[in-house]
Design a protein. Structure first.
Length: 301
């Protein structure tokens, strides 16, 4: 039996579903039941009744988010060391210290944070809804964690609020440069350039549009441009090409790769399914507090 058959058989036996983030390896995306951004996947999993086990092919905070929204299901992260350096740039102690320093301010946390940081937050946000969430928060002062570029993006769109932005960043998205955008403009003047809000402000300013990964997928379908250049992790190209066979897609400059996102391979998925580990194991109290911040986000949209 080949590897794919074994995974399919195990999946059926164990009533499991496989979720893959848009940045995963192509073969992992092709194997998955659902491919998407972290929140999209976690919400999708929460609606599935006949499922006992979730295999989350992504990084730790994503599997935790799935567990927060599906506490009755067991969630596996096939490679336990697959973490997100951005999420690790803020600790619960740092959030508590900022709260003490700024009483009355609301803590808004990007989903790229640990469950502990979510539990200390008033509300969460995604890159797609960050500006809308901050606009709707009922106070004028915001402590925004942890991404400084997404924070800058929100500051531009919600100038009426005082937004103190934490100094974290995604080392993958920060590697895109304004010079790379200028080069593309010269070499491919008919291409549309889409940047993720985790990119540097100077890249965002030069792009044709700023989009989350799900926003880029939507824009790619609707755009009249035949050539689209994306400033985000290169894994998204697989889905962009698959869904839009008539168009051409490129990474901005050299391809930027997140090594954490590429740690999961088919063998790791098979082993996780067979052993039912490594599993996400969060306390009931933590799950409840973190869920409150995620559910409040959905009310603010
Ligand atoms: S691409 Fe950036 S934000 Fe996403 S997992 Fe990698 S380091 Fe974290």
């Amino acid at each position: 039996m080949d590897l794919l058959e074994r995974i399919t058989r195990l999946k059926e036996q164990k009533k499991a579903i496989i979720l893959a983030h848009n940045y995963q390896r192509p073969e992992v995306q092709d194997l998955a039941d659902f491919v998407g951004d972290s929140l999209e996947l976690a919400r999708q999993a929460a609606t599935l009744k006949d499922c006992r086990l979730i295999v989350f092919c992504g990084v730790r905070f994503m599997a935790e988010t799935a567990s927060i929204l599906s506490p009755e299901k067991k969630v596996l992260l096939p490679v336990s060391e697959a973490g997100c350096p951005l999420a690790e740039m803020v600790t619960p102690e740092q959030v508590k210290a900022m709260r003490e320093k700024h009483p009355g301010a609301w803590v808004v946390s990007y989903v790229n944070t640990s469950a502990e940081v979510k539990a200390l937050s008033d509300v969460c946000c995604t890159s797609a809804n960050a500006a809308s969430v901050v606009r709707n928060v009922p106070v004028s002062k915001i402590l925004f964690f942890p991404d400084r570029n997404l924070g800058w993006y929100v500051q531009q769109r919600v100038p009426e609020k005082e937004i103190l932005v934490w100094d974290g960043f995604c080392f993958v998205h920060e590697r895109f440069t304004a010079a790379e955008v200028k080069q593309v403009r010269e070499k491919m003047p008919d291409a549309e350039v889409l940047a993720h809000p985790e990119c540097l402000p100077e890249v965002q300013k030069l792009a044709d549009g700023i989009y989350s990964t799900s926003g880029m997928l939507k824009r790619a379908r609707q755009s009249p441009a035949q050539k689209i250049v994306v400033a985000t992790e290169e894994g998204l190209l697989h889905r962009l090409k698959k869904e839009n066979p008539g168009k051409e897609f490129y990474s901005l400059g050299t391809a930027k790769i997140c090594p954490n996102m590429k740690k999961t391979n088919l063998e790791a998925v098979r082993l996780a399914l067979e052993r039912e580990e490594p599993a996400i194991n969060l306390s009931e109290e933590l799950l409840q507090s973190a869920r409150r911040a995620l559910e409040r986000m959905l009310k603010f949209l």
